[in-house]
Design a binder for this molecule. Structure first.
Ligand code: GDP
Ligand code: MG
Length: 204
């Protein structure tokens, strides 16, 4: 039988993008993930290089095409002509914009661990476009950018945060941003109330 790891060991990558730092939202954003019960296991501030960003988005070999397809669709929906009919070309333009965005200032990279970490973090972070992300999510509550404004100004959409989209993506991205010794293994006291099966040892 294949050994499956306990859900509480799932990890995900969160990067607070340069606009998140400039909006002085680092504490607020980290607090949102903390209060869910997730455990912070890695944290650092850095100035990413353009290469690091390009590699990050190309970890998934399909990403460029998929984002290109999505972007073309959104141009067509607006009744506008996409810059190219080739999703790879459009995806490449999105990466160019992302490189400019991510290298404009420092970012804060973090790794969070806990049950369904990837899915829970995406839920609380909100949809990619702040204009349409749900009220109560970080993007919905703290920023107002839109695809149409970003496209008009030929720039990446400013949505404060990157969060891994799947468990496989998280595994690859965590490796890309953190070395093994930058991730800390420790017990968080509140994990007992979140995960302990018998919940014993609480009463005096
Ligand atoms: P995320 O996982 O929610 O951040 O979204 P994606 O991984 O799909 O996209 C990453 C980044 O690419 C987004 O934060 C946007 O800056 C950009 N992007 C994604 N989809 C589109 C799109 O349809 N149009 C444009 N202009 N940019 C996009
Ligand atoms: Mg993504």
């Amino acid at each position: 039988m294949m050994k499956t790891s306990h859900p509480k060991t799932e990890q995900t990558l969160v990067i607070i993008k340069p606009d998140g730092i400039q909006r002085t939202l680092v504490g607020e954003i980290i607090g949102r993930y903390e209060r869910l019960g997730l455990k912070l296991v890695g944290l650092k501030m850095l100035l990413p290089s353009a290469v690091q960003i390009e590699e990050h988005y190309l970890l998934d070999p399909n990403w460029k095409r998929l984002v290109g397809e999505k972007a073309i669709e959104s141009y067509l929906k607006k009744g506008e002509k996409p810059p190219s009919a080739d999703p790879i070309v459009v995806g490449g333009q999105v990466i160019m914009r992302l490189k400019k965005y991510f290298t404009s200032g420092p970012v804060v990279a973090s790794v969070w661990q806990g049950a369904h970490a990837v899915e829970i973090v995406r839920k609380i972070t909100g949809g990619t476009e702040p204009r349409s992300s749900d009220v109560g999510t970080i993007r919905g509550d703290f920023v107002l950018d839109s695809y149409s404004m970003a496209d008009t100004d030929d720039r990446a959409i400013r949505n404060l945060i990157h969060a891994s989209g799947s468990v496989a993506e998280a595994e690859a991205e965590i490796k890309h941003w953190f070395s093994k010794d930058e991730l800390v293994k420790y017990r968080l006291v509140q994990e007992q109330i979140l995960y302990d099966v018998n919940l014993d040892g609480l009463l005096e």
